[in-house]
Design a binder for this molecule. Structure first.
Ligand code: AMP
Length: 396
């Protein structure tokens, strides 16, 4: 795969596929500009290297129709403020309007196109729509890691119609950090997997057990494993149809000499509420009417010791219902442990990302992935269509 810094951009029309899928409030204002900021290194690089920069993105799910509330127009002010330069907005992403705007560009200009998903061809990975996008540019740069797990016209089909295709810095970082952690890791390699359901993470658990030295399973999903191991888990989350799978994974861990760590104690309550009465108890002592909602102090120590000994750590999913203060200590304690481990640390997924930011430790994590679904699919060992297309594209 080529990267943006290996390509001559001077005077070229460079279309950059970014992820500007930002949250908007009811007045149509951008409430969090993190995704726009994440694309700045690539956009700035293209601008300073004399490109005519055409920026394209999706926003929300307009399902192939023009829906005013999903317009990218509110992003113009944000992008222009961050870049300190004019941004020309085109209220279409293909057609005569877009062609005309691009033909008026000079080196160092920037045009933001309207939402790609206003056309049904985008989500269908339609070749005709991709051709129209491709006609706007000489060079295609993909920097939208968060959508790489879905084949769309603007990240997959387009690569067949542009002569030069490459990854931007954000995509480059995602791939390079992931490969460092999972491809050829400095061992011991530890994976921490939490969250609500085993069923959401079957592929990931099955793939990781072949790769890691240690696996921590926490959060709601740990109770299915604990039940499978013979514990009485009271009212804790349990997926009875996943018990066999949990047993299979525990057995595989034994065969492969992978240390699988489960909670040994937990914070319990009779209902998941911020004002609920809570108790700390051993995993074997959960009363019938109570449920486990966070890991307990002995588990924090057990998991923190594993974290201290690891050289590479990959983490997805909270260790408890961390949105509620009484059940947040486990997740927050592990954020501190991971941040101060000295290991190469990669964190991904919306909740895990939120927890890291809430503790103020984000600067001490080696890399925080920008893609929830795409990050999970990488952990599952899948090839991402958007990434594969960059590898094979750009050959016309
Ligand atoms: P996921 O999207 O699968 O990563 O799950 C994240 C959700 O799991 C968060 O909203 C947490 O509140 C929830 N969660 C974590 N631990 C537990 C638990 N012990 N019981 C119930 N929900 C939990």
């Amino acid at each position: 795969m080529k990267y943006i810094d290996q390509i001559d951009l001077k005077g070229k029309r460079v279309l950059i596929r970014v992820d500007f899928n930002v949250p908007l409030n009811k007045d149509g204002l951008v409430t969090d500009d993190t995704r726009v900021r994440a694309s700045l290194p690539t956009i700035n690089y293209a601008l300073t290297n004399g490109a005519k920069v055409i920026v394209a993105s999706h926003l929300g799910r307009p399902k192939g129709k023009i829906v005013a509330e999903f317009s990218l127009k509110p992003v113009v002010q944000v992008l222009s403020g961050l870049l300190k330069k004019d941004v020309v907005f085109v209220d279409d992403c293909v057609s005569e309007k877009a062609t005309q705007a691009v033909s008026n560009m000079k080196a160092g200009d920037l045009v933001l196109l309207e939402n790609l998903r206003f056309y049904p061809g985008e989500d269908k990975n339609d070749a005709e729509f991709a051709k129209q996008l491709a006609a706007l540019c000489d060079v295609y740069i993909d920097d939208a890691f968060a959508v790489s797990h879905r084949a769309a016209a603007s990240n997959t089909a387009i690569t067949q119609f542009v002569g030069v295709c490459a990854a931007g810095f954000l995509l480059k970082n995602e791939i390079e950090y992931f490969n460092k952690a999972m491809g050829n890791p400095t061992r011991p390699l530890l994976a921490i997997i939490g969250g609500a359901k085993v069923s959401d993470k079957i592929g990931l658990l099955e793939n990781l057990i072949d790769k890691v030295d240690k696996l921590i399973v926490g959060g709601g999903m740990a109770y299915t494993f604990l039940k499978a191991a013979g514990f009485n888990i009271g009212k804790s989350l349990c997926e009875t149809d996943m018990l066999d799978l949990a047993r299979k994974i525990m057995e595989k861990a034994r065969q492969k000499n992978v240390q699988l760590l489960l909670p040994v104690d937990n914070v319990i309550a009779t209902n998941p509420a911020a004002d609920a009465e809570i108790k700390i108890c051993d995993i074997k002592d959960i009363p019938e009417d109570w449920m486990g909602l966070d890991i307990g102090p002995a588990t924090i120590t057990l998991f923190s010791d594993a974290i201290k000994n690891a050289k590479t750590i990959v983490w997805n999913g909270p260790l408890g219902m961390f949105e509620l203060a009484p059940f947040s200590k486990g997740t927050f304690s592990l954020v501190h442990a991971v941040a101060n481990s000295g290991a190469l640390t990669i964190v991904g997924g919306g909740d895990t990302d939120t927890a890291v930011h809430q503790t103020g430790e984000s600067a001490k994590i080696s890399f925080i992935s920008t893609g929830g679904g795409a990050f999970l699919e990488l952990l599952e060992g899948k090839t991402l269509p958007g990434v594969a297309a960059l590898d094979s594209g750009g050959k016309i």
